[in-house]
Write a protein that binds this ligand. Structure first.
Ligand code: GLU
Length: 424
């Protein structure tokens, strides 16, 4: 985020491990299970050449970290961003293990990506980079082994290239049964109706559940969103349907503010036309003061380590809904909790995306076509149940919501290890 506080390239894994240590202590996690979960299972680093449009060859580095698969195949997105490195992939893979467990899915956690700024490459180059990365990963991914999906700066088109490349490496008779090697595909190529909006929709379902818990509604609530990509836009779309008022948006291209409210659909069109959000409102807003905007709800939906000890004390909002993974570091979180700001933690708040992915995977695996209604109804129910479970666990253990979410997730994994034992 060019206009906001500095992005730390390292430290994300440290953040997830601090959260893990805290929860493991509160719940008294089995020490053997703790040892296993404190480290990733596999870390795959691939270097692969790609021919650029001008004929030059460039060598790229791609990552796939597989944290844990006690509950099922590794699952998680691929990110194309300059902050992608082994530390980030480890952290993000670990969060996926907690997220899929909390949601009750038959998955473990994985994450990967390439350290690039996709804006610097043509569409044809991005296609060759994506296909060659998929080829380099080979059978380290697979429909019953490790299933990638979209994340920051990756989209349905890229998932279609991954599916096509992976399936093309199989014999003709085997191809179709490999379609679920990746989720988040376009609807015409095995994708799920509603997967595009699943994360943002889920963020808003958790906010609705928060509002209900606090005897209020989202109607008239002022909110700000950091990041106006897939998660940020769809969150704003569903927030406005609830009558909430979008007063600020920040992304890598600028920070905009309008206390009277902005229309997300109009802003999306502006962004499409201008490749920036900058200039949408009359005046530039000081990006470093973004999180201090007078509002009720903050939705960080961009990168990690955005709410820190540098800015947490300025926050006026009542609740933070973590659309991004790891947006709040442990120091920032301590300040927020001391100030009575509630946090709907990432592994709950943004889990609509991977839950949608699970439905897509089932759809492909079973040869079914689900409708938008099926998806939205099931997604809402699953998220409301997870929210209730977290609130209930936080009361039982007298702890914050993030720690409670971890306890629910870790308990399920702990049980799997205790029932199965350790081979040999
Ligand atoms: N990238 C999303 C996440 O961080 C979705 C992962 C998936 O659908 O597998 O949860």
């Amino acid at each position: 985020m060019a206009t906001t506080t500095k992005v730390r390239k390292t430290g994300m894994y440290e953040n997830v491990m601090r959260q893990f240590e805290r929860a493991a202590g509160v719940m008294n996690l089995d020490p053997s299970v703790k040892k296993i979960l404190a480290i990733t299972n596999n870390e795959i680093v691939v270097h692969f050449p790609v021919k650029m449009d001008n004929g030059d060859v460039q060598v790229f580095t791609g990552y796939r970290v597989q944290h844990n698969n006690a509950l099922g195949p590794y699952k998680g997105g691929l990110r194309y961003h300059e902050t992608v490195d082994l530390d980030a992939a480890r952290a993000l893979a670990t969060w996926m293990t907690w997220k899929t467990s909390l949601a009750g899915l038959p998955y473990g956690g994985g994450k990967g990506g390439i350290q690039i700024d996709p804006k610097k490459f043509s569409q044809a180059e991005l296609e060759r980079i994506t296909r060659r990365f998929t080829y380099a990963l080979g059978d380290n991914i697979g429909p019953e082994h490790d299933i990638p999906a979209p994340d920051v700066n990756t989209n349905a088109q890229m998932m279609a290239w991954i599916a096509d490349t992976y399936m093309s490496t199989k014999s003709p008779a085997e191809r179709s049964k490999n379609q679920h090697v990746v989720t988040g595909k376009p609807v015409g190529s095995g994708g799920l109706e509603g997967r595009d909006r699943a994360t943002g929709f889920g963020v808003v379902v958790t906010l609705e559940a928060w509002a209900k818990l606090r005897n209020t509604t989202l109607e008239g609530k002022k909110y700000i969103v950091q990041g106006f990509g897939n998660v940020g836009y769809w969150t704003a779309h569903f927030m406005n349907k609830n009558g909430a008022v979008l007063v600020g948006v920040q992304d890598a291209t600028g920070t905009i503010y309008n206390p009277d409210g902005m229309d997300p659909e109009d802003l999306l069109q502006y962004q499409k036309d201008n490749a920036t959000i900058h200039g949408y409102t009359d005046h530039d807003f000081d990006g470093s003061k973004f999180f201090g905007i007078d509002c009720d709800i903050i939705v960080p939906a961009a990168l990690g380590n955005q709410i820190t000890e540098e800015n947490a004390g300025n926050i006026k909002a009542r609740v933070i809904a973590e659309g991004a993974n790891g947006p709040t570091d442990t120091e920032g979180e301590a300040i927020l909790l001391a100030n009575g700001v509630e946090i709907i933690p990432d592994i709950l708040c943004n889990s609509g995306g991977v839950i949608g992915s699970y439905y897509e995977w089932l759809q492909n695996r079973n040869g079914e076509i689900w409708t938008m209604d099926d998806v939205i109804t099931k997604l809402r129910k699953k998220l409301e149940d997870a929210f209730d479970k977290v609130v209930h666990t936080s009361e039982e253990y007298k702890t914050d919501w993030r720690t409670a979410a971890y306890i629910v997730a870790l308990t399920r994994i702990e049980m799997a290890y205790q029932q199965r034992g350790i081979f040999p």
